[in-house]
Write a protein that binds this ligand. Structure first.
Ligand code: PMP
Length: 436
């Protein structure tokens, strides 16, 4: 493909004239990796096709939701049927109840749930609920975790533990982030110190259990255990942001993975998105009845949405969940993801490229680093030039991974052993060319 025949280029020019950066969400612009984003025409199974009709094996899956692959027949049928019945009513439907029942049966830490339209809304509302339920203002988040773009969550660490965060975005007044405390992920000593200083004023601790917004970094079991213990001890709520991990790393979500190592482990509030909508705008937050009853119209914490519980989105999400809970689905997905990660690690080893990788269920991450990082400063040690070479090398070979080294990857039920083998072979070729 030469620049004169690449149809993505004129599309990007048209888009840039009309939409800031040519995209409706920043990472799509390829700013970190350079080059022209691929404009997607259509997708099916594990693949999408760009403006040139070039096929890519898709390891993003809309950043997580497409766990069944694109255009799964059962999901398509449910969405088409729902669309014929009406797009949106602004009134309750039976399908919302069915989706609530399905989610709560799979993630029993939640007794009640509220549906919204995006992970941002869900995370923002969870913080408001935690504040309303506890009557406290401050909360803890961790460096490298992303919980959507609500003002109080766009924060980086301040200069010390006694000080609160600094906004990471223009347009966020300092007063809005003055209650957000940003700590290092997986740092137990810092967490304990923060609780000793502020524990009685904390509404909640919000955490991605497996952080997918700094590639793929697991909260260590001792760290997660301490988060739970300290929240309980000080009366703060533990908010698990499972927007990415929910129904993606296991049928019971990441909380079920931690419950294997921490007996009785459960969060107070769970935040969900992505997979529960199966690719349609749908997210949720939920928890025990006593907490959720603080929400309007029962309680004083206001939260609402014109399109919340949208009938087409709930049909898509409900059918997606019913498919992934079929016996064997997660075992197959986990095995495919594991074979990808092991194949890449083996190829890197044979080509002498420092490499580490991890996965859980259908979510994975890899680093051009000899050891898996435990926090954001360690992730930043990745050589971005080499990552960009890898990204473009794979793209040229028809393999689409996230266009930034801070993002996790996703395998779907539609990825075949052949797709994985093709990917590993492509990566091996690129590893040979990586500057040593
Ligand atoms: N939380 C996490 C863990 C996420 O990964 C994301 C999105 N990548 C969000 C919240 C925000 O979700 P949305 O983009 O749907 O607003």
């Amino acid at each position: 493909m030469t620049p004169s025949t690449d149809l993505n280029i004129p599309l990007f020019e048209r888009a840039k004239a009309l939409i800031p950066g040519g995209v409706n969400s920043p990472v799509r612009a390829f700013k970190a990796v350079g080059g022209t984003p691929r404009f997607v025409k259509r997708a099916q199974g594990a693949y999408f096709w760009d403006a040139n009709d070039q096929r890519f094996i898709d390891y993003i899956g809309s950043w997580g939701p497409m766990i069944l692959g694109h255009g799964h027949p059962a999901v398509l049928e449910a969405v088409q049927k729902a669309a014929l019945e009406g797009f949106s009513f602004g009134a309750p439907t039976e399908r919302e109840v069915e989706l609530a029942e399905e989610i709560l049966s799979l993630v029993p830490s939640m007794e009640m749930i509220r549906l919204v339209s995006s992970g941002t809304e869900a995370g923002m509302s969870a913080i408001r609920l935690a504040r309303g339920a506890t009557g406290r203002s401050k909360f803890i988040k961790f460096e490298g975790c992303y919980h959507g773009h609500a003002d109080s969550l766009l924060v980086k660490a301040g200069s010390g533990l006694a000080t609160f965060g600094n906004a990471t975005s223009a347009g966020v007044p300092p007063e809005v982030v003055q209650h957000t405390l940003v700590l290092e992920y997986n740092n137990v000593a810092q967490l304990e110190e923060a609780f000793a200083l502020h524990g009685k004023e904390l509404a909640c601790v919000m955490i991605e259990p497996i952080a997918g917004n700094m590639n793929f970094v697991r909260a260590s079991v001792p760290f997660m255990k301490r988060c739970r213990e300290l929240c309980t001890e000080y009366g703060a709520l533990l908010v698990l942001d499972e927007v990415m991990t929910g129904f993606r790393v296991a049928l019971g979500s990441a909380q079920s993975v931690y419950a294997k190592s921490i007996p009785g482990f459960k969060p107070d509030i769970t935040v969900l998105g992505k997979v529960i909508g199966g690719g349609m705008p749908l997210a949720a937050f939920g928890g025990p009845r006593a907490i959720m009853e603080h929400l309007a119209p029962l309680g004083g914490v206001y939260q609402a949405g014109t399109l919340s519980g949208n009938p087409v989105a709930t049909a898509c999400g409900l059918t997606t969940l019913r498919e992934i809970k079929k016996p064997g689905f997660f075992d197959g997905l986990s095995a495919s993801t594991r074979s990808l990660v092991d194949g890449l690690a083996q190829a890197a080893k044979e080509e002498g490229v420092p490499f580490s990788a991890d996965c859980e269920g259908g979510m994975f991450g890899f680093f051009l680093l000899p050891e898996l990082p435990q926090n954001y400063p360690a992730v930043l040690k990745t050589d971005s030039t080499r990552f960009n070479q890898l990204f473009h090398g794979l793209l040229d070979r028809g393999v689409y991974i996230a266009p930034a080294l801070y993002e996790a990857g996703f395998v779907s039920g539609a990825h075949t052993a052949d797709d994985i083998a093709t990917t590993v072979a492509a990566a091996r070729e690129v590893f040979k060319t990586l500057s040593k």
